[in-house]
Design a protein around this ligand. Sequence first.
Ligand code: AMP
Length: 145
Amino acid sequence: MIVSRNRDLLNMGIQDFIISSEKVAHVQSMNNAEHALLVLTRTGYSAIPVLDMKYRLQGLLSMKMITESILGLEHIEFDKLSTIKVEDIMDTNVAVLKNTDTFQRALELVINNAFLCVVDEDNMFVGILTRRVVLKQLKKYVYST
Ligand code: AMP
């Protein structure tokens, strides 16, 4: 009985748990690092998705990537911020979910990622799935079995 309920959860689609793109803070690959720093600081998130002009996912940008890009030998070179492009410092090697993926795949990937970007079949950005949301669903299932 418990085994079959677990299967139900693992085979469930992720669609209902996605935070949709309109609610997700992001930067564009052509933005400069100064703008990105403002977005990250204002939203309070440590990392956000990077999209191109057509809303296709390009990578992730974190505060650490910005800080490292302006780290001089003895000083932080704040003047450089406006000359650095997001696309030159973002991480392009990111784990991604398809909107048709199962909860099982999401569960495996959130172990090492606080959130995952979700794309459709054309690589258009659909939204994100956070570890918090995945754990909430898991908790619901564990407590009700
Ligand atoms: P949370 O589980 O809500 O703490 O979110 C984990 C991480 O997901 C945050 O640190 C952000 O990097 C990212 N995140 C969550 N919600 C948003 C959002 N609305 N816009 C952009 N990034 C988000």
